[in-house]
Ligand binder design. Structure first.
Ligand code: PLP
Length: 419
């Protein structure tokens, strides 16, 4: 296999300059339009983006907001989650998933992830609802852990791959739970729904969903942004109210809301980028297939699992290896940037110490967070750059002492599952 003699050729984790220079004329004209019309918050560019993004996701409403965290919080509140409720999610995600639940006045409780897809384990969800919850005297489903009523579940479509939504919706339906998709990393990802007998886009299956347009996302703004998507008219109205101080019309407030509106400039930028998203996602999928081919023979690496019902959009390309730290430092010395998404599961974060979880509560999340590496992944990544990443990994890992085999890793994860 080919190894570059120029370790000094830097391979970035993400290239955010090229896509912006490619669209420079269109993007700068957005600034000009905003300056000339002095329409900076809300207005026609926001409305246009909302219709275009709703059509892209295959839903009737997209409500543009100031960030993905706002989108999640507004979706959770607008869907009817009340202060004091318990909302189930996963510990292996960005902290904003749980923060939005906390900010809605609810308590996050965790269920572990699936060892193959890194998304919510339906088996663990069902187990939690059946064995870790009970019915109170009024018939409400309450958590044995906190005593709070369990009213919603937030599956996360992590790294650009959708969670097993048919199964999650089936289990949630059985227990009367609201389902809010955290689609912040999954713009354009698809799931084949057996129940509906067609491919469904991320953001179109739950009661509502939240997207982030943080600059590094598959569809990113030149600043902060987010959107709530839903087919529920009432929920969309409620999200619109929450993002704008609860206003129904200027200075008439029906609810205590937030300042969570999207800037017009960000909406214009997203509108200019949206027609490119499908091509960018296709290029990411192509790069993922190339990594799969290049790394297929590297035994010490476990590649991402994409089930037949999934068309992932590879926001991140995350591999697993027992030699994580040494691989990362070798790649760094070869001029290749990598990242970690995420090194500490949420139940072990200091911010959530008051939830009283312990190490060992979510063995799959804990194991995964210790073994993952995010490799360079972006639409403009070249075949040569990928070949060098793979070659550096292969050469380094061929010399590394073997730790556990893949089946041993899987066995260990199964054997230590508790929660
Ligand atoms: C899974 C997930 N949820 C929520 C968020 C929050 O989005 P934002 O940073 O736009 O508030 C992010 C963004 O990184 C995310 O990756």
């Amino acid at each position: 296999m080919y190894v570059s003699d120029t370790a000094s050729q830097h391979i970035p984790f993400l290239d955010l300059v090229t896509p912006h220079t490619e669209l420079e004329a269109e993007l700068t004209s957005v600034f000009r339009r905003a300056l000339l019309t002095a329409s900076f918050v809300g207005g026609p560019m926001v409305a246009e983006f909302e219709s275009a993004f709703a059509a892209f996701c295959g839903v009737s409403h997209a409500v543009a907001v100031a960030s993905g965290t706002d989108a999640l919080r507004f979706a959770i509140v607008a869907a009817g989650v009340q202060p004091g409720d318990v909302v189930l999610t996963v510990p292996h995600t960005f902290i904003a998933t749980a923060e939005a639940i906390s900010q809605a006045g609810a308590t996050p409780e965790f269920v572990d992830i699936d060892d193959g897809t890194f998304n919510m384990s339906v088996e663990r969800l069902e187990y939690y609802l059946e064995q870790r919850c009970t019915r109170d005297r009024t018939g409400r489903l309450v958590s044995l852990r906190s005593g709070g009523p369990v009213t919603a579940v937030v599956p996360v479509h992590l790294y650009g791959q959708m969670a097993d939504m048919d199964s999650i919706l089936r289990v949630a339906g059985k227990f009367g739970l609201i389902v809010i998709e955290d689609a912040c990393q999954a713009h354009g990802a698809e799931y084949f729904s057996q129940a509906l007998n067609r491919w469904m886009k991320a953001g179109s299956m739950g009661h509502a969903a939240a997207f982030s347009f943080y600059p590094g996302k598959n569809l990113g703004a030149c600043g902060e942004g987010g959107a709530v998507t839903t087919n529920d008219d009432r929920l969309a109205d409620q999200a619109r109210l929450l993002r704008d101080h609860g206003q129904v019309k200027k200075y008439y407030h029906d609810a205590v809301g937030y300042n969570g509106r999207m800037d017009a400039i960000q909406a214009g930028i997203l509108l200019a980028k949206l027609p490119h998203l499908q091509d960018w996602n296709a290029r990411r999928r192509h790069r993922a297939a190339e990594y799969r081919r290049l790394l297929a023979g590297v035994d010490a690496v476990r590649l991402p699992h994409e089930p037949s019902w999934s068309r992932a959009v590879y926001h991140l390309y995350v591999i697993r290896t027992a030699h994580r730290e040494s691989v990362m430092s070798h790649l760094k010395s070869a001029g290749i940037d990598t990242a970690l998404h995420y090194p500490i599961p949420l139940h072990l974060q200091r911010a959530y110490a008051d939830l009283n979880y312990s190490r060992g509560d979510f063995p799959v999340s804990e194991r995964v967070s210790a073994e993952i590496i995010s490799l360079p992944m972006f639409p403009q990544l070249t075949a040569e750059q990928q070949a060098r990443v793979a070659a550096e990994m292969e050469v380094f890992l061929s010399k590394a002492p073997r730790k556990e085999t893949e089946s041993e890793v899987a066995l260990l994860a199964t054997a230590t599952r508790t929660a």
